[in-house]
Design a protein. Structure first.
Length: 407
């Protein structure tokens, strides 16, 4: 990884070798995690990535200070195998029952360099003195059972290495967060039913202080992941302009989508914490309404970002696209349930009826798509607070309010 003129610097050579050793530890842990559904070891993956990052940042700083020395040499090649773009759905646990890192850990290769030349093996082995690349992703197969197509890329750009490493850390943090909670959708609609329907009490698996603390930790970790995606988008990707990677993993639209979705799911967990801890929630429906409106806007932005992608890989990503679209509709419907209560409390019964009708129509639309990951959520909401509250608001408007119902 060092120019020939620096090979005699023993301290420098030692530090670069140490960095490569940390890189190999990270690669091995990513590879091991890909072979198990045991999420208890994700923290060790995170620790390995975090151990490697300071050395990578040091090397980038050293590289920038000695850029002329590195110019035109072929001693530094980062090799990756990437299928992460095709696995976004599983990576961020949009689909149950399981998710994991993909098995496409990167390898190292290239010619020359300190320590000799080497090529990565089939699963991303290390070779010579060159740095490898690690991949992070989701399950190794899509719903149809066919393997995802893997693409091999190599680059001498240290910022490509930084981008993929940061993305691996963000995904690992997302995985760790999602492993703390059973399901965003099922839990959120239970909270909504409990909050909106008099006498309703749907059992939740993680009740109590311990469950609330787990939600808080998961929400925080998702925000940390979002920060990593944002940093990659704003500070790393501009340094990779001109690099022809052949895969859209480090595209701005993907990084923005992942950042936005991480923030949205973090906010959804925050709503759950609020619903469980605020004893006055029935008196302040405007709070969850405003929170949910912000969340559905994030889902809409993520959906639009995905649609903006034009590469061939994304044209086949209808499943994640449908997830974002249906998720936005379900969350918007939940917000409208609360908005209806706000207007009912203010004796604006016509508006209350209008919001409940719109919520019902949105959920009916999602429920019709039986293959949708949100279909069960829509069905439970329709079977829970929707019809009783809609009937109540209509009756109040017919007997008390006498207001026109906006369309």
């Amino acid at each position: 990884m060092l120019p020939p003129s620096m090979h005699q610097n023993a301290e420098l050579y030692k530090r670069v070798n140490h960095m490569c050793a940390l890189r190999e530890t990270m690669r091995e842990r990513l590879k091991a995690q890909s072979k198990t559904e045991d999420m208890s070891r994700v923290n060790s993956v995170i620790a390995a990535i975090q151990g490697y990052l300071p050395e990578l940042h040091w090397f980038i700083s050293f590289y920038e200070s000695n850029r002329d020395e590195f110019k035109g040499i072929q001693t530094m090649v980062f090799i990756w195998k990437s299928a992460i773009v095709l696995r976004v759905l599983d990576t961020i646990k949009l689909k149950r029952p399981r998710f994991e890192f993909n098995r496409n850990t990167g390898g190292s290769g290239g010619g020359g360099g300190s320590g000799g030349a080497g090529n990565g093996d089939s699963d991303g082995g290390s070779g010579g003195g060159n740095a490898g690349g690690s991949g992070g992703g989701g399950m190794s197969r899509i719903s149809s059972g066919r393997p995802f197509k893997q693409r091999r890329l190599q680059s001498s750009c240290v910022y490509v290495e930084l981008g993929f490493t940061l993305m691996s850390l963000a995904i690992a943090k997302s995985m760790n967060a999602y492993s703390k909670v059973a399901s965003l959708d099922t839990e959120v609609e239970c909270e909504t039913i409990n909050a909106m329907t008099p006498g309703a009490r749907m059992t939740l698996d993680d009740e109590g202080e311990q469950g609330i603390e787990a939600l808080k930790r998961a929400s925080l970790e998702l925000r940390e992941a979002a920060g990593l995606f944002q940093f990659t988008l704003e500070n790393v990707l501009p340094q990779t302009q001109g690099e022809r990677l052949g895969v859209p993993d480090l595209s701005p639209d993907l990084q923005y989508m992942l950042q936005t979705l991480s923030l949205a799911d973090s906010d959804r967990l925050s709503v759950r914490v609020w619903l469980r801890t605020d004893k006055n929630q029935r008196k302040t429906p405007n709070t969850p309404a405003n929170l949910l409106l912000g969340i559905q806007e994030r889902y809409e932005n993520a959906y639009n970002s995905l649609r903006a992608l034009q590469s061939g890989d994304y044209r086949n990503m209808s499943e994640i696209s449908f997830y974002l679209r249906d998720g936005q509709q379900v969350i918007l419907a939940q917000a409208m349930i609360y908005l209806a209560q706000v207007h009912s409390d203010n004796q604006k019964y016509g508006n209350a009826v209008s919001f409940m009708r719109e919520a019902r129509d949105l959920l009916d639309d999602v429920k019709k798509r039986s293959q949708s990951l949100h279909a069960r959520t829509a069905e439970m909401l329709l079977a829970g607070p929707i019809q009783p509250l809609y009937s109540l608001y209509r009756r109040n408007n017919d007997t008390i309010g006498f207001e026109p119902v906006p369309t």
